[in-house]
Design a binder for this molecule. Structure first.
Ligand code: FAD
Length: 308
């Protein structure tokens, strides 16, 4: 059995594995796709001390770093169930879709999250070519340009306010006939001169020239008329879904499905920790996931020396 079994091989999982292995304890990482969301990212310019890198390059570096240690890496393994230990001193079990199962004294859940997509023509094709999901990451790429934010909830309105300070013009597109963001955010948004809000609008297509985004088409839901907005960037802010479906009913989740953790990364189950985008810790970023992974791993080690 493992002392520490990490589920998920993104920045949080890689960091957790390295911190555990450096304690000289038996460590394993099982991941569906080692590298995680980083693999889907092009330019990364905010991982502090690395001025500029690309997603696949950073993912490789994460894996290389983990491989410097004695860690069992089990790639292409999708976890399907967690069976917590029945009593202190017993082992937790993680079951996989492949039929395999692993046992461990402590488990670190770092299965990340995924952005909800609009599912319209052009969106996939122009991902990272104008279609973005993270204003903190990609906002500066659109300095002085025209962008749209899709979604008028808190994250959409926050993104629009943030981007308005960097880009030339922001069009915020909301499906409903009203924004759902907090009143204070809506007030701030309304005070900005370079933001236009379009409500009752359904985005139907992302347009591009083969290389990059050139505009979007939306349908006015009150008239059914189609309109085109010319722009260079689209930030989709219609939800971030934590990869925690497989833990429902076992680990305590927030109403949004995020794993609830304490300051040491521990979940409601003793010996089961969590880190990164799958948790309630706010601001989903690589640098934060790496820090949270280290923290959960030290939390797991602390738990081990007290219980075994
Ligand atoms: P993830 O990276 O999501 O990794 C999750 C891991 O768990 C993966 O290995 C996955 O395969 C695995 N997994 C999921 N479910 C299961 C399961 N059931 N069983 C086994 N394994 C499972 N952040 C920045 O700081 N800077 C940027 O420039 C930046 N750009 C981004 C661009 C894009 C397009 C996207 C999508 C995100 C970007 N982010 C950026 C956000 C950043 O990638 C995430 O915050 C970070 O990757 C979170 O790390 P994580 O380890 O928590 O989760």
């Amino acid at each position: 059995a493992f002392d520490v079994l990490v589920i998920g091989g993104g920045p949080a999982g890689a960091s957790a594995a390295i911190y555990a292995a450096r304690k000289g304890i038996r460590t394993g990482v099982a991941a569906e796709r080692f590298g995680g969301q980083v693999l889907d990212t092009m330019a990364i310019e905010n991982f502090i001390s690395v001025q500029e890198t690309e997603g696949p390059k950073l993912a490789r570096a994460l894996e290389e770093h983990v491989k410097q240690y004695e860690v069992d890496i089990m790639n292409l393994q999708r976890a399907s169930a967690l069976v917590p230990a029945k009593a202190e001193g017993e082992l937790h079990e993680v079951k996989f879709e492949s039929g395999a199962s692993l046992k461990a004294k402590t488990v670190i859940l770092s299965t990340g999250a995924r952005w909800r997509e609009m599912n319209v023509p052009g969106e996939r094709e122009y991902k990272a070519k104008g279609v973005c999901f993270c204003p903190h990451c990609d906002g500066p790429l659109f300095k002085g340009k025209r962008v749209a934010v899709i979604g008028g909830g808190n994250s959409g309105v926050e993104a629009a306010i943030d981007l308005a300070g960097i880009v030339g013009h922001v069009t915020l597109i909301e499906f409903d006939d009203k924004l759902r963001a907090d009143a204070v955010l809506q007030k701030k948004l309304a005070s900005l001169p370079n933001v236009k809000v379009i409500k009752s609008a359904l985005t139907t297509e992302v347009k591009g020239d083969g290389q990059k985004v050139t505009g979007l088409v939306y349908k006015d839901r009150t008239t059914d008329e189609l309109h085109t907005v010319e722009l260079e960037g689209i930030f989709v802010q219609i939800g971030l879904l934590p990869n925690s479906e497989w833990l429902k009913g076992v680990v305590e989740l927030s109403p949004r499905g995020e794993i609830i953790v304490d300051a040491r990364g521990q979940t409601n189950i003793p010996g089961v920790f969590a880190a990164g985008d799958v948790t309630t810790v706010p601001y989903k970023q690589i640098v934060i996931a790496v820090g949270e992974g280290a923290k959960a791993s030290l939390g797991a080690f602390d738990h081990l020396i007290r219980t075994t």
